[in-house]
Design a protein around this ligand. Structure first.
Ligand code: GRF
Length: 204
């Protein structure tokens, strides 16, 4: 099986990207990070990528261009590189329908809650405000909705009575760093099969 070519999209600190980078470096993933793409030239994750010899491309969205146009430029770039998998690791832009369609079941996202609870922004705060006893994180394929795509992996985290948004986010992040590389590994081993809303994990 050929190694999968991965493009990581990020907008910020990139701790999930680092976790995936480590898993790739550790030989656990049948793939490699071909490029890191960002909409934010100041993203910390970009500095990490550059200092570790990974190519980076920054696509800043101009005010005049539409979301479709913005992502069409990125699609052209990805096409030129024959990317197999897109990993959204804290990428803050909503994708266009065109890129979602083109990379159907080939875009993975991590969300800091147990979906379908608390989609969208400030998921950890939403969980605290609601008063749930357990939250966690979810890796899912991206579809046209907000955090609605087929679920690949989830991990739970208990909510403590003295939790703040920060402490809960930190404990959830620890679990993100485990399940996101694991999901990338499963994808690259071609062990994920999407059947309707369900993602089946095949035995190796
Ligand atoms: C994480 O909380 C992830 O769940 C969310 O964005 C954050 C990205 O963090 N989608 P990092 O940039 O990977 O550190």
């Amino acid at each position: 099986m050929e190694k999968k070519k991965i493009a990581v999209f990020l907008s910020g600190r990139g701790s999930n990207f680092k976790a995936i980078f480590d898993a790739v470096g550790g030989g656990r993933v049948n793939g490699y990070i071909d490029v890191v793409i960002s909409d934010n030239p100041d993203a910390k994750g970009l500095s990490f990528a550059r200092s570790h010899g990974i190519g980076c491309a920054v696509f800043e969205k101009s005010r005049t261009e539409s979301r479709t146009e913005y992502f069409d430029t990125i699609i052209d770039f990805l096409d030129g590189r024959q990317i197999d998998l897109i990993v959204l690791a804290g990428f803050m832009k909503v994708l266009s329908g065109t890129i979602i369609e083109k990379y159907r079941h080939r875009i993975l996202n991590i969300h800091p809650a147990l979906l379908p609870s608390f989609p969208g922004v400030h998921a950890q705060r939403q969980a605290l405000d609601y008063g749930v006893k357990y939250s966690g994180c979810t890796v899912h394929f991206v579809d046209e909705g907000v955090d609605t795509g087929p679920i690949v992996l989830q991990e739970t985290v208990s909510v403590r009575e003295d939790d703040t948004e920060g402490t809960l986010s930190d404990r959830i992040l620890e679990q993100e760093h485990k399940i996101f590389p694991r999901a990338v590994q499963l994808f690259c081993d071609e062990r994920l099969k999407v059947k309707g809303r369900r993602v089946l994990i095949r035995n190796p």
